[in-house]
Ligand binder design. Structure first.
Ligand code: NAP
Length: 330
């Protein structure tokens, strides 16, 4: 017994979220021992080079052996496979949690693999950046952000209490809701905005009358903020849309109707309706700033910075201050 919240935490998947957890759990003294693993040999090698956690195990089974908590931090579509792969190493007391950006489908996949004795606490930190890979993590990522927990039939009170305590010790505020509610809320606040960003950047790239160099040169007119979102990890986002299909299609239907209404306002030169809508949307941004989820600084608080040395995407700009409140991505 180490006197810490956890004696050994295993993290499977050492990308942005997994590596941020490894840093945070050590830096804040939440776990006596942090052992990571990843399916990719390159990621394991890099994680050892940068000294992530106490040890990087070759296999999931090795990583989870004797762990009191396992955190699954792989793309949503890989959760079931990783859960299956680790099962032989689990002891009945091990608590399992995840950080997937979709809940209902992930819960079904993980619970199918988990032995009956293991408590499972589905979770999703509302924190992220557009970067991926083991170099992109930092221990303060979760500070001042929400962590959503979506208890299932396999969640015990004791396990929920420990996972809640972990997120709070990482600096997050914890909110509990049903998996279905999570999926519709996130379809609204994260998945649909990402879909719009992917689409708008794709549309601009296909324009014939406007050259690529003009798109880049004059990007500050709004396009640039969409490119930041649209540079997010392709695997992660493919999996999110395939696994939260119903909620995303529902939101997309509403969005299309509202877009058609906007189209009509422009066609009929209904300036009053346009002004009323833009006034309403402006108030929503003010509310987000007041809630401490964004800064009011010019350029949304972000300044251009050189791309990171490693870690997946290479967007032209990034958050200047990593620990600052960042756009949620998953
Ligand atoms: P990431 O940076 O792309 O990292 C994912 C890691 O998992 C990669 O190292 C990947 O290796 C590894 N991996 C993929 N398949 C695997 C498998 N079958 N077994 C073991 N490792 C595997 O992704 P991330 O941003 O950390 O996202 C991880 C999870 O967090 C996702 O479920 C996502 O929905 C959730 N999340 C993300 C954010 C965000 O902003 N990024 C926010 C909240 C929650 P390879 O690179 O070799 O494939």
């Amino acid at each position: 017994m180490s006197g810490k919240l956890f004696d050994k935490v295993a993290i499977l998947g050492l990308g942005l979220i997994g590596s941020s957890l490894a840093h945070g759990l050590k830096q804040k003294g939440i776990a006596a021992r942090v052992v990571g693993s990843d399916a990719s040999p390159e990621v394991r090698t890099r994680a050892r080079e940068i000294g992530l956690g106490d040890e990087i195990a070759e296999t999931a089974v090795e990583a989870v052996t004797d762990a009191d908590l396992v955190i699954l931090s792989v793309p949503v579509g890989a959760m079931g496979d990783v859960a299956n792969a680790m099962v032989p190493g689990l002891s009945p007391e091990t608590i399992v949690t995840d950080v997937g950006g979709v809940k209902a489908a992930v819960i079904a996949a993980i619970e199918k693999a988990l032995p009956k004795e293991n408590a499972f606490v589905p979770g999703h930190p509302i924190a992220g950046t557009e970067y991926s890979g083991p170099d992109s993590g930092f221990g303060t990522l979760f500070e001042g952000r929400w962590a959503i927990l979506t208890p299932s039939a396999r969640t015990t009170d004791a396990a929920l209490g420990k996972v809640t305590a972990m997120w709070e010790a990482l600096g997050s505020d914890v909110e509990t809701m049903s998996p279905a509610h999570h999926d519709i809320v996130l379809a609204t606040t994260s998945h649909l905005p990402h879909l719009i960003a992917f689409n708008i950047v794709g549309t601009a790239a296909d324009m014939e009358e406007v050259t690529q160099s003009e798109v880049i040169k004059f990007s500050a007119g709004g396009f640039r903020d969409f490119t930041r979102i649209a540079s997010s990890d392709p695997v992660m986002w493919r999996d999110i849309f395939l696994n939260n299909k119903e909620a995303v299609l529902e939101m997309l239907g509403r969005f299309s109707e509202d877009l058609a209404a906007l189209q009509r306002m422009i066609r009929w030169e209904d300036g009053e309706a346009l002004h009323a809508l833009f006034t309403r949307t402006r108030a929503i941004r003010r509310g987000i700033i007041e809630a401490g989820q964004e800064t009011a600084a010019p350029d949304f608080g972000r300044q251009p910075q050189a791309p990171q040395a490693a870690g997946g995407g290479e967007p032209a700009e990034a958050e200047a201050k990593k620990p600052a409140r960042l756009a949620e991505k998953g």
